[in-house]
Structure formats: C-alpha cells, structure tokens
Design a protein around this ligand. Structure first.
Ligand code: GSH
Length: 194
C-alpha cells in the first residue's frame, strides 16, 4: 500500500495509525502531482491499495487501519458505547476542529475573520481539554485513532502562533502521544524531528 502524506498535515494522523498498526506500507511524502491525479480533491491523506484502489478522507483511512488484524487496539470493540465515543471525537476533530484552522492558514484572511477563527479554535480546545481531565486519551484510557487525529491538529497551534499554555490536559496529552514510538518514527519520517 502507498499512503500519500504531507509533513505535519492532517494525513499525519493516518501515518501514525498505519505505524501503530504495523501495516506494510510505503509513505509517499510530498508527492503533490501524484495526489492530484489520484484524488479528485487533490488532498492528503490518499491511500492506494496494492490492487490500485484508492481510499481518501482521514476518517475512512483511519478506520481502515484500525480494522486490520494488527490494528484492532486502535479502536474499542465495535458496537460498544466506547467505540461510538471514539467516533464522537473523530467527528469532532474532522468536522469541527480541523476546518476551524483553515482561515488561520490562509494569509489572505481578514483580521476580523482571523479573530473569530481563533476564538472558535480556543472554544474547541477548551472542550477537548475538559474531556481529557479524567482520562489519558480523548476517548478513554486507551490510545485510539481519534488521538492520532487530535494530536496532529493540536500540533498546528504552534504554526499559527496560538497560545496553548492554559490547556493543561491537552498539553499533557500531547506530551504523552509524542512519546509513543510510532509517533516518533512518523515524525522523523516526515522530517519533523531529527
Ligand atoms: N476532509 C479531508 C480533508 C483533507 C485535507 O484537508 N487535507 C489537506 C491537508 S490537512 C490538504 O491536502 N490540503 C491540500 C489541498 O487541499 O490542496 C479528509 O478528512 O481527508
């Protein structure tokens, strides 16, 4: 399988999930032209299976990784409340948090809009921070694919110069996830760590 990613982009969540699940894959880093041909949205993550089939969208690719025999530890048992809870947080990151960053990455965003986007991101961080008060990971005490996605998006704060010092629980979470061997390996591969 070939997993197309860009360094530090949302695709890093899938890269982490593939590494955590010890799947046989090749990381295709910054292959923009290839991605344009493979994915009508021209976006990463894009996964190409060995038979040439293409899968896109973070949640789909994360779910694929967690449903492989070596990746089942990345989600609670299907059908349980805990499983649905992991999807609650996956949806939170994909539908609420991730898009809220878009105006902050666009240098043409007017100041008023930028301020509103910062407020929205801070509100969402407060929600995640509160949820992490009593658990090690966002959907409980076990690492799931929702954590891979939250860790990735929370990491964008530094790039857009958001002050995150007040998010005690999110910062403890970030440090915890950062220490995971799979995360270290992925960040090195993406050129984000020495
Ligand atoms: N809804 C998509 C969003 C993918 C997305 O926004 N990818 C960004 C990186 S975080 C990207 O590739 N942007 C480059 C582009 O759209 O040209 C998903 O969940 O996969």
């Amino acid at each position: 399988m070939k997993l197309y990613v860009s360094p530090g982009a949302c695709s890093m969540s899938c890269h982490i999930a593939f590494e955590e699940a010890k799947l046989p894959f090749e990381a295709m880093i910054s292959q923009t032209e290839e991605v344009q041909k493979l994915n009508p949205m021209g976006a990463v993550p894009t996964l190409v299976m060995n038979d040439g089939k293409v899968l896109t969208q973070n949640i789909a690719i994360l779910t694929y990784a967690a449903n492989q025999p070596t990746g089942t530890h990345l989600l609670p048992k299907a059908g349980t409340f805990e499983y649905a809870k992991a999807y609650q947080w996956l949806s939170f990151v994909a539908s609420d948090l991730h898009p809220s960053f878009s105006p902050l990455f666009n240098p043409a965003t007017p100041e008023e809009q930028r301020k509103a986007a910062v407020e929205r991101v801070i509100d969402l961080f407060n929600i995640a921070d509160a949820a992490l008060k009593d658990s090690k990971y966002i959907a409980g005490n076990e690492f799931t694919i929702a954590d891979a996605y939250l860790f990735t998006v929370y990491g964008w704060s530094a790039h857009v110069k958001l002050d995150t010092s007040s998010f005690t629980h999110l910062n403890a979470f970030k440090a915890r996830v950062f220490e995971r061997p799979a995360v270290q390996a992925v960040m090195k591969r993406e050129g984000l760590l020495k």
